[in-house]
Design a protein around this ligand. Structure first.
Ligand code: ARG
Length: 611
């Protein structure tokens, strides 16, 4: 009795659900409730809900498998029962839900759940009228440390991965309403600047009055390194330069700035082309804070002298490897700047979350930083969350580390240029140059080139290494950017070809007289694919794995194509004249567009009206 009134109370609390919500989450909540009401004697009984493959829908759209597990638990407690009875009990305690059309219990004890067509209709209508849903979540201030190349050194494919993944993660977090601090922790400080400055003093003695064109900084770096290794006198001078630079002597700062500006120009070209927004807060920014953090750690007696170095262990037991906080020559390291940075970010920037995006090889470094920050009282893991988001190395088509034929690091701008020329060849091969205007063709060239480079990266599980292949990424079949861009443009063309006005106000008008058409099995299948969007977003958000979003886009496009092949949106007579437009289906096309546009934005793809 008590139980039933609890269920009734739960039922009466519910307002009708008319907008898109994460279906899986919702099902988990109500089944959780039903299961714990059915078995109040069990502590944390398991609730598992799975999505049924869209091609097997006669068994339901979702399934709850918990009764099997519950049977085992109850048997363990000495209670005799079978999964089917348990399933029936759970169903009898299930709160009412607008999302569910019906549930049934299979003999084996599964609970099959069928999604409601009315819910699909109302929530898609809401999507069309009010746009992509705001998925309400607790909002945080999240700092994302990504890209982070090094001055005077080549920005390489590893930085490209960090840039692409980082930009997408920021876009996702921004969509979810978080306050995102996009941060470029560039390597612009350290001993290598000593030799670069000493070299500039010799090569461009009047660098203080005219800006020298250092041009190829790579070569400049190589030359100075050579001198540093071979010429003892130069080496001494280089060390003196570092000291003067770190003290902030104006001439040295000037020379340093010239070098940084040269690199920055290159970095910005890449960011512009890829549509990346990021704020530079490089290692140099932390100079005074590094001095402070050393004092801070010393006051707590956390630093230990080791052959002239000052090191810090993650715990008193001194296991593993320590951080090097001060070198024996008094200089700071990568560790020092990361300790100063984590303190600054948590306490001055007031970020509650920090995400670091680098290759997996740096995992150990970040674990040490996090552990030492906690030990020093900088990081409180109860309220502040730091996370390393690693990715695998990029391989060339030969399966070896990605290099040019002559074995050098591939210049990113060259790589982007190659993407552009390959994408143009592909468009010409498909005869697009004959149908598109010059501007449209150029737009398509850019969208395809940069889109495919980003998508190839994002569509692979980031943890794994991935093979860079222009041939594969420019394929127009399969899960590629090209296929998605084509599908999007085809959907866009449907409304255009039948002259239906799909501007927002008119969609509102259409919806007054028209239902979203869901009678045909393929229509409902498409609608159900659309309804998965919020769950996919939550999954991507939890794991920060963007390939789930790519897979979803692909599934949505394939499901759309199936719908379009089976359901006429327009009917034409034998002369090719349009005799009937099915507005309900046009509305379904437009809702697919809205979802795709949101996904494209997160993935950094530029949608094209025509391709
Ligand atoms: N500059 C570093 C590199 O090229 C990446 C920096 C990552 N961020 C950080 N806070 N350590 O490997």
């Amino acid at each position: 009795l008590i139980l039933n009134s609890a269920i009734d109370a739960e039922r009466s609390k519910q307002k009708p659900t008319t907008n898109m919500i994460p279906v899986l989450e919702h099902l988990r909540t109500i089944f959780d409730f039903a299961i714990s009401s059915s078995f109040p004697e069990l502590e944390n009984p398991p609730t598992t809900i799975t999505q049924v493959s869209p091609n097997l829908v006669k068994f339901g759209d979702y399934q709850c498998n918990s009764p099997l597990a519950l049977t085992k638990i109850l048997k363990g407690n000495g209670v005799k029962c079978n999964p089917k009875e348990i399933a029936e009990k759970v169903v009898s305690n299930l709160p009412k839900s607008d999302l569910i059309a019906s549930v049934n219990v299979a003999n084996a004890g599964f609970i099959n759940i069928f999604l409601s067509k009315t819910y699909a209709q109302t929530s898609i209508k809401d999507l069309l009228l009010n746009g992509i849903p705001n998925l309400s979540l607790e909002k945080h201030r999240i700092l994302v440390d990504f890209s982070s190349p090094n001055i005077a050194k080549q920005m390489h494919v590893g930085h490209l991965r960090s840039t692409i993944i980082g930009e997408s993660i920021c876009r996702l977090l921004e969509y979810l309403g978080h306050d995102v601090l996009r941060t470029n922790h560039i390597g612009d400080w350290g001993t290598q600047f000593g030799m670069l400055i000493a070299h500039i003093q010799d090569e461009f003695p009047n660098y203080k009055s005219v800006s020298p064109n250092i041009g190829d900084l790579q070569n400049f770096y190589k030359q100075s390194k050579k001198r540093f290794d071979e010429d003892q006198e130069f080496k001494v001078r280089a060390y003196e330069c570092v000291v003067k630079l770190q003290k902030g002597e104006p001439d040295y700062i000037k020379a340093w700035q010239l070098i940084c500006d040269e690199s920055r120009k290159e970095f910005n070209k890449i960011y512009d082309r890829l549509g990346v927004t990021i704020k530079e807060v490089g290692e140099s920014f932390y100079q005074s804070r590094m001095e402070d953090v050393v004092k801070f750690l010393e006051r707590q007696q956390l630093l230990e002298l080791d052959e002239g170095r000052k090191i810090m262990w993650t715990s008193e037991e001194k296991v593993g490897i320590p951080l090097t906080i001060v070198k024996s020559d008094g200089g700071f390291t990568y560790d020092t700047s990361d300790m100063a940075a984590i303190k600054y970010r948590l306490h001055e920037e007031k970020a509650s979350h920090i995400i670091y995006i680098t290759d997996g090889g740096q995992g150990g470094h970040f674990q040490l930083i996090f552990a030492c920050a906690e030990r020093a009282g900088i990081l409180n893991p109860k309220t502040q969350h730091v996370r390393h988001v690693p990715f695998g190395v990029v391989l060339g088509e030969d399966g070896k580390k990605f290099k040019t034929r002559s074995g050098e690091t591939v210049k990113l701008l060259d790589l982007l240029d190659e993407g552009l020329s390959r994408s143009m060849l592909k468009l010409i091969e498909k005869g697009r140059d004959k149908v598109l205007t010059k501007e449209e063709l150029e737009k398509a060239q850019n969208a395809v080139a940069y889109g495919c480079i980003k998508y190839a990266d994002l569509s692979h599980n980031r943890i794994n290494e991935y093979m860079f292949s222009f041939d594969k990424m420019l394929d127009d079949k399969g899960n590629t950017a090209v296929y998605l861009l084509y599908t999007y443009a085809r959907i866009k063309a449907i409304a255009r070809n039948c002259n239906v006005d799909v501007s927002k106000p008119n969609i509102g008008n259409l919806l007054k007289s028209e239902q979203i058409s869901l009678e045909h099995e393929k229509e409902f299948k498409l609608a159900k694919a659309i309804l998965k969007f919020p769950d996919v977003i939550f999954k991507v958000y939890t794991d920060l794995l963007l390939h789930f979003l790519c897979e979803y886009c692909y599934e949505l496009c394939v499901t759309f194509t199936e719908f379009y092949d089976n359901c006429y949106c327009i009917e034409k007579n034998s002369e090719g004249k349009i005799i009937k437009v099915n507005n309900g289906r046009i509305l379904l096309c437009e809702s697919t567009i809205l979802i795709l546009e949101k996904c494209f934005h997160i993935l950094g793809l530029n949608p094209l009206e025509k391709i």
